[in-house]
Design a protein around this ligand. Structure first.
Ligand code: SF4
Length: 404
């Protein structure tokens, strides 16, 4: 995740650079898909969720045991997700105990079930943050999310959270079908007093891979980033609250650096670059981890085809600190990137971006990320042929097979 507003604040109030990630033991932010069940049918859903029960999900006791282990392991943050996490009957019991065990507790939800008693419980538990997904205004959101009325129900969820003083964010997936709604969504944030805006780029995993032909064209992505940069600067310069973050395209950090270079002096550019290099871009397998609904542990949410182990048979802390070869590979710095990413002068800042996209398109997890929208000049390479995003043909690449 690229914290645009936070890094932008460095331009006004510079702070010292922290140690580079990977230079010490890293405790990951854990995204836990508590259930795969969901009442919506989103086109980008990486878990391919549906409104049915999925066999083999963690029992209540298995979930509680896992939670105790996460607490002892002192993970910095836990994001309870799904499917739709509110479809899990013991969500509030899990969240109540999680609140005692982890520093930062978030809920990632489609928002449609947040009202009445559910909203009260969320407020009582004291989540630090509730992220609600909206992929456009009105009918566009409903088309993208596959259910009529999803927009108004999710917006009710936003309002119910705000009424109870819960910090709430909107999550938006940028595609060819949704990009034109970005200005309206930013306005909606302002109108509703939303605290945070998360722009997610499309990842070619689950239904997101099936619909990868709908990924935003590079020029649209650049335009979207221009809007976010403008809005983030208003927030920082005028203290207008809206925290803006982006996810799943670490080239955003490089685009931000170009913006800084156009608007600020060389010292500030150098300062920001140091901060961004310390962050290091893509964090799969290092600063982020995923536990799926069946208890399988993955390097991040989009790596469902590669499993490190299962919390039903081994604690998460043991799996994460073990000798898994894929984790070792993903934690390598610098990563053995190829093609455009391999020659890029910004790869220390970007970390090579999202490896699953490279894998799904080429079968090679170290190939260039096709969603990088930076020009050759911006990344300091001479003219190269770009990898085209071909429509999904039903073939998925097995990461383990390709890596080892
Ligand atoms: S070329 Fe690759 S490493 Fe460089 S900014 Fe783009 S995605 Fe990142």
């Amino acid at each position: 995740m690229f914290r645009l507003t936070e890094y932008m604040r460095q331009l006004i109030d510079p702070s010292s650079v922290r140690a580079k990630r990977g230079s010490g033991p890293v405790k990951p932010v854990v995204i836990w898909n508590l259930t795969r069940r969901c009442n919506l049918k989103c086109r980008h859903c990486y878990t391919v969720s549906a409104d049915v029960n999925f066999p083999g999900e963690l029992s209540h006791q298995q979930a509680m045991d896992t939670l105790e282990d996460l607490g002892r392991f002192k993970i910095p943050a836990l994001i309870l997700s799904g499917g739709e996490p509110l479809d899990r009957k013991d969500l509030f019991q899990i969240a109540t105990r999680a609140r005692q065990l982890v520093r930062m507790l978030a809920l990632s939800t489609n928002g449609t079930k947040i009202h009445g008693e559910a909203a009260d419980r969320i407020a009582e538990i004291g989540f630090d943050y509730v992220g609600i997904s909206l992929d456009g205004i009105g009918a566009t959101n409903d088309w993208f999310r596959g259910v009529e009325g999803a927009f108004s129900d999710a917006l009710r969820g936003v309002r119910e959270c705000k009424k109870r003083g819960i910090k709430v964010g909107l999550r938006f997936c940028l595609t060819e079908g949704t990009h034109h709604h970005l200005p309206d969504l930013l306005k909606l944030c302002d109108d509703e007093g939303v605290d945070k805006f998360y722009l997610s780029h499309l990842v070619y995993a689950g239904r997101g891979d099936k619909h990868r032909g709908e990924d935003a064209a590079h020029r649209r992505t650049r335009h979207a980033l221009d809007l976010l940069l403008d809005r983030a600067w208003v927030a920082v310069a005028e203290d207008a609250p809206l925290d803006i973050v982006t996810g799943n395209n670490d080239a955003d950090a490089g685009y931000f650096l170009q913006w800084v270079a156009r608007n600020f002096d060389a010292d500030r550019v150098a300062h920001l670059r140091e901060h961004l290099a310390a962050w290091g871009g893509n964090s799969s397998g290092l600063g982020v981890a995923n536990i799926d609904n069946l208890g399988r542990v993955h390097p991040d949410t989009y790596w469902s085809d590669y499993t490190i182990g299962n919390v039903k048979t081994a604690p998460f802390s043991e799996l994460w600190t073990g000798e898994d070869p894929m984790l070792a590979m993903l934690r390598t710095r610098p990563r053995p990137l190829k093609g455009r990413c391999g020659s890029c002068t910004l790869r220390d800042v970007c970390g090579g971006n999202t490896r699953i996209r490279a894998l799904q398109l080429t079968g090679d997890p170290w190939a260039e990320d096709p969603a990088c929208y930076l020009s050759d000049a911006e990344i300091g390479v001479t003219s190269t042929e770009r990898l085209a995003v071909k429509p999904f043909r039903g073939k998925r690449h097995d990461p383990a097979h390709q890596f080892f």
